[in-house]
Design a binder for this molecule. Structure first.
Ligand code: SF4
Ligand code: SF4
Length: 505
């Protein structure tokens, strides 16, 4: 067992308002610069929809992430041979039109225009070319709230597995349903961006697993943009280097949550340390598609287990980080309660941002052709929900519908039980039955309710004490006991799977 600590995240989609406050917080702090105008390290998409950049989930188009070839993980976009031939040309990159052409307005015209009969206007101008734009045709959230409409939603790649009847029903006017998907870099355990970079410029930090790009080493070859299936690495056309979300590590090092987490109005975001077994990463990547989520959960370790604690100490994880892992809300949502699921596990990057699926479309069910608020028969209405389980399974569980159902049942059971306890207008005996059928105890229901709704700031964000100076010192002293050079699964450096570095590396 080779225990590492990973800063991990849960986004509770049922609570997301789609207000974009998180996106603006990040834009103001991180990407308000020349060459970064089009970048949204944090963006919020309406689903069903095609997202930003357009159709990012479609790997037939972008060739991102990993696949298995003869049982071995291989990057879709590159390998040793293509790595060299593609240095000057990446064939699968999103184009500016797939993101959008960033613009501003010529506000000065409102003040400086000569007096005349017509009201002056502020014309849109491109922030890339400086030229006037006649018609703005796209933006990072252009299909905002249009998730139920066929105009934008019907090209969502997650709809491919639906039957013609399911698709038709989904776009019936009275069935319209949509939800919000906030996205940042997943700080994956097997990042496509790290595996694809021939310059070795991208790395996972030893102490917390945050994925960073060295601006000194980056050559601007853009393999990371191709390799990341989530399209969360971006090319800065002004500096000629790639950039990505840094999980606000300077804030974390001073005990504060990332800016997008801090600013989240819906309080949907949770942050905490998770301990995992780095020796079993390769096994998790190679799992059959339907077992990928369970395989990822299996390598996440119980921070209360004495054997895990001993192995973590032996790997150099400090006691205050183990304590932090024991209080992690992420561990509880992902492993203990099995309610949070990773986005597109089939990309095989082992993303460490997990999502609690949205409940809204479940509560209503069809009753004689019209929608009724469910009377508690969640198990019937799950099959009749406006957004089919198969759609959410495509998004969150690599197609494994039972995992989505399990999470939905638990959410619904907690809601029903707490209604019985707090309001008393539903039958408590029935609520307890639903709770039991969902595999929860009353105590767990109270705990889930507390963490989902009333929880305080320092329980949503459990940030361990950073000792960055110590880690730098360890690295500088060359303490090999705490350092591991990035390695591919064949023990080589370069393109391919690399086991994450330990603390101090
Ligand atoms: Fe890299 Fe994963 Fe982040 Fe993409 S989402 S940039 S693959 S760490
Ligand atoms: Fe931006 Fe920080 Fe949020 Fe990353 S964690 S998306 S850098 S605000």
């Amino acid at each position: 067992m080779d225990v590492r600590a990973q800063m991990s995240m849960v986004f509770h989609m049922d609570k997301c308002l789609g207000c974009h406050t998180c996106s603006i917080a990040c834009k103001n702090i991180c990407t308000d610069r020349k060459g970064a105008e089009y970048m949204w390290w944090n963006n919020v998409e309406t689903k069903p929809g095609t997202g930003y950049p357009t159709l990012w989930e479609d790997q037939d188009k972008y060739h991102g992430g990993w696949t298995l070839k003869n049982g071995q993980p291989r990057l879709r976009a590159t390998d040793k041979v293509r790595g060299f031939t593609n240095i000057f040309f990446q064939p699968y990159l999103p184009q500016l039109d797939d993101y959008y052409e960033p613009w501003t307005y010529r506000y000065e015209d409102l003040f400086d225009s000569p007096e005349g009969d017509d009201q002056p206007i502020a014309r849109p101008v491109s922030m890339v070319t400086g030229q006037n734009i006649d018609t703005i045709e796209a933006g990072p959230n252009w299909d905002d709230d249009m998730g139920g409409t066929p105009v934008y939603a019907e090209n969502d790649p997650n709809l491919r597995g639906l039957s013609p009847q399911e698709r038709e029903e989904l776009f019936e006017f009275q069935r319209l349903a949509f939800f919000y998907l906030p996205r940042i870099c997943n700080h994956c355990l097997n990042p496509g961006c790290v595996g694809a970079c021939p310059a070795g410029a991208i790395y996972k930090r030893g102490e917390d697993g945050i994925v960073l790009i060295s601006q000194d080493k980056c050559r601007g070859w853009r393999f990371c943009v191709s390799g990341c299936p989530y399209k969360k690495a971006y090319y800065n056309w002004n500096t000629g280097k790639s950039e990505k979300c840094i999980l606000c590590y300077p804030r974390l090092e001073s005990g504060q949550p990332p800016a997008c987490f801090h600013s989240c109005v819906g309080r949907i975001r949770y942050l905490g340390v998770v301990l995992y077994d780095a020796d079993r990463i390769e096994e998790a990547i190679k799992a059959p598609q339907g077992d990928l989520v369970e395989a990822q959960r299996r390598i996440i370790l119980d921070p209360h287990d004495p054997q895990v604690i001993a192995a973590a100490r032996a790997s150099g994880v400090p006691d205050d980080w183990i304590d932090s892992a024991q209080r992690s809300p992420v561990y509880r949502f992902v492993k203990k309660w099995r309610m949070a699921l990773p986005l597109h596990a089939e990309f095989r990057t082992l993303p460490m941002l997990f999502y609690v699926p949205p409940m809204l479309p479940v509560i209503a069910k069809i009753e004689g052709g019209t929608y009724e608020v469910s009377d508690g028969d969640i198990f019937g209405s799950l099959e009749q929900m406006r957004l089919p389980v198969r759609y959410l399974a495509s998004l969150l569980s690599a197609g494994n519908e039972e995992l989505v159902r399990e999470s939905m049942r638990k959410q619904y059971a907690v809601r029903f039980y707490m209604r019985a306890v707090k309001v008393g207008d539903v039958d408590k005996g029935r609520a307890e039955q639903i709770l039991k059928a969902a595999g929860l105890t009353a105590e767990e229901a109270q705990e889930i309710f507390y963490l989902s709704s009333l929880v305080m700031y320092n329980e949503r964000f459990v940030i361990p004490p950073y000792s960055r100076e110590y880690n730098i010192e360890v690295a500088e002293l060359g303490d090999v006991g705490h350092r591991t050079a990035p390695q591919t699964h064949k023990g080589e450096t370069g393109i391919g799977f690399r086991k994450p570095a330990r603390r101090g590396a």
